[in-house]
Design a protein around this ligand. Structure first.
Ligand SMILES: NC(=O)c1ccc[n+]([C@@H]2O[C@H](COP(=O)([O-])OP(=O)(O)OC[C@H]3O[C@@H](n4cnc5c(N)ncnc54)[C@H](O)[C@@H]3O)[C@@H](O)[C@H]2O)c1
Length: 596
């Protein structure tokens, strides 16, 4: 029989604590909510009231239930109020000495059988536990932000946590409607160990002006389907908390440089820019604590910025190539009303690309998403040819041929001879340096990367890659074209992986390393990222879809360019590729797909 928890204490009513109080009170458990001072208590009370009022306004909570919820919570200053609770969850700032002091005090105040839990994200639960005389009753209960919404709880046992304490806490999580993964005490547990390297890297991109905050966030939301971008997430977590977590992970987690907090973070914390809770972080919010972003000095203007920057008019577009990407891109441009010249290496190829575009457009008609007349008009706008010379009068060329530098360079040299002056020459490469392709021409200022995602007609994102030679007009034109295609164009520098792959693949590689180290299972790691961070797929699901060979190749490129030891491909990934386990396409990758 699991232990009954009728009253719990929560210490610290900040970003996490207030949400944790709500989770318990919503599930019929009485809560003693403790803060350090009256003003802090008031803030906590206001956060809880704000959250439950929003739930009522959205129709997710009945008014009577909200009132009952509030009746279950007693607000108190000081730990003495916790003398008779069955369980305490501590959610004070991420400092070991502070937490140790609080645990020593809780040990003195609480009943002998009370379980003492910490919501720490990165500190050692073991080190916190030894500040008490009951380390076997100390455990980590790591909720995710926002606690009332996110389904995951990481239950962290130390080497001395009693098994019945673990079982009781697991049963409690189930009662709260949460899914728990139980793991050992390691810096960052599962989710943060995989998340924070990525977040820190995104901050580094922003700090180095590699891309704007809006573009970094849009890239990860639209390119990977994440619920929010990394900089918006940093603001939600709180930059002070994020800084402490990174700092601890760096020191506890093997001094991986990727966890060394980016200098900008420290500066922002010192300047009081803590994210949502202080009203300003990477973004500016309506008021402290508000989730609503308001425009500030760096918000891109709503007027047509691209045109102001001298974007050129584009009506006729040449698309070179006959593969998956070229086919999708032809469809995208033709549907958006551009005149399209498709160039392949022969009539046969042209016929098959034409067939593929027709099939795809027909699907749109069958699904009721495209009128027959619009399909016919789109097809009517496409000219099919095997002669590059037919690109003499286009305004934009999009190259989507095989991913080989020598082939692309030769093609760009020819385009340089054929195309009229002022034409924008774009490559869809996903891994080669755009500058190499640009320098094959006499007009590198007109060359840009247009990195579409697969399938091009569906994916809403395009990375616009500018080299150190690309002119502002060329970039502006590329961005305006993306907008005309109904896509979001994000502008970034010419570095391996651009924005999306550079942020995504190291995280996937880290997940493989975590599995390889037997810290957790593929299922639990996938669960943690989906339920704790709202990712549409777990890392192993995604690796099997993308292909392990493709993932390994991208990770190798990133490693070679940055020489960052943390980016070295996981040996397990290399072995699976060598063994021919490439993911869904070979029916076996991290999982066996032969029966599905
Ligand atoms: N922010 C997140 O996304 C997140 C997610 C999961 C876990 N955590 C962890 O939760 C813990 C709290 O983080 P946060 O982001 O909620 O911090 P926060 O700064 O928003 O809130 C901390 C609260 O603790 C209070 N406090 C400080 N000293 C106290 C004391 N002696 N007694 C009582 N209350 C005291 C402060 O007044 C403040 O209200 C940290 O360990 C953090 O790592 C944070």
């Amino acid at each position: 029989m699991a232990r009954e928890f009728s009253t719990v204490g929560v210490v610290g009513l900040g970003t996490m604590g207030a949400g944790i109080v709500e989770v318990f009170a919503r599930n019929g458990i009485d809560v003693v909510a403790v803060e350090i001072s009256e003003p802090a208590l008031e803030r906590g009370r206001a956060t809880l009231a704000g959250s439950t009022d929003r739930a009522v306004a959205k129709g997710k909570l009945a008014e009577a239930d909200r009132d009952a919820l509030h009746e279950r919570v007693r607000f108190e200053v000081g730990l003495d109020a916790l003398h008779s609770v069955d369980l305490v969850i501590e959610a004070v700032p991420e400092h070991l000495d502070l937490k140790q002091r609080i645990f020593a005090e809780l040990d003195r105040v609480c009943k002998p059988e009370t379980i003492l839990a910490t919501n720490t994200s990165s500190l050692s639960v073991t080190e916190i536990s030894v500040a008490t005389s009951r380390p076997n009753q100390v455990i980590g209960i790591h909720f995710f932000n926002p606690a009332p919404v996110m389904k995951l709880v990481e239950v962290v046992r130390t080497v001395v946590t009693a098994p019945e304490v673990v079982a009781d806490v697991e049963a409690l999580c189930a009662r709260l409607g949460k899914v728990d993964v139980t793991i050992n005490d390691r810096a960052g547990f599962i989710a943060n160990a995989l998340l924070f390297g990525y977040l820190n890297h995104a901050v580094a991109m922003f700090e180095s002006h590699y891309a704007t905050r809006e573009d970094i966030d849009a890239a990860m939301k639209l390119g990977c389907g994440l619920p929010m971008g990394p900089l918006a997430l940093m603001d939600l977590i709180g930059l002070d908390t994020a800084y402490e977590i990174l700092d601890t992970m760096y020191r506890r987690g093997g001094r991986d440089r990727r966890h060394a907090p980016v200098p900008l973070l420290k500066q922002m914390v010192t300047a009081g820019l803590l994210g949502r809770k202080s009203g300003r972080g990477f973004y500016t919010y309506e008021r402290p604590g508000s989730p609503k972003v308001v425009p500030d000095g760096t918000t891109p203007s709503a007027t047509d910025a691209a045109l102001a920057d001298g974007a050129r008019a584009i009506t006729k577009v040449g698309i070179v190539g006959s593969g998956t990407m070229a086919t999708g891109i032809i469809e995208v441009f033709a549907k958006a009303g551009y005149e399209v010249v498709s160039v392949t290496r022969g009539a046969e190829k042209s016929a098959s690309v034409c067939e593929a575009v027709k099939t795809s457009l027909n699907k749109g008609v069958v699904r009721g998403k495209l009128a027959e007349a619009d399909r016919d008009a789109a097809l009517g706008r496409i000219t099919w040819t095997a002669t590059l010379d037919h690109l003499a009068d286009v305004d934009l060329v999009v190259e989507a041929v095989v991913e080989e530098l020598s082939v692309k360079k030769a093609l760009f040299a020819s385009l340089d001879e054929i195309c009229k002056p002022g034409v924008v020459l774009a490559t869809t490469t996903s891994s080669l340096p755009v500058i190499d392709v640009a320098m094959a021409t006499q007009r590198p200022a007109d060359v840009v990367g247009l990195h579409f995602f697969n399938p091009a007609p569906v994916m809403p994102l395009v990375e616009v890659v500018r080299t150190i030679r690309t002119s502002p007009e060329t970039t502006a034109t590329a961005r305006a074209v993306c907008a005309a295609l109904g896509k979001t164009g994000v502008v970034c520098g010419d570095r391996s992986g651009f924005i999306v792959n550079a942020l995504l693949f190291p995280y996937l590689n880290d997940a493989v390393k975590m599995l390889e180290a037997s810290y957790s299972t593929a299922d639990d790691i996938d669960h943690a990222m989906k339920l704790g961070c709202g990712y549409p797929m777990g890392p192993f699901e995604l690796l099997d879809v993308v292909g392990l060979d493709v993932s390994l190749a991208i990770q190798r490129e990133l490693y070679l360019e940055l020489r960052e030891p943390g980016f070295a491909p996981a040996p397990l990934l290399e072995h699976l590729v060598t063994a021919g386990y490439l993911g869904r396409k070979t029916r076996r990758g991290f999982r066996d797909h032969s029966h599905r």
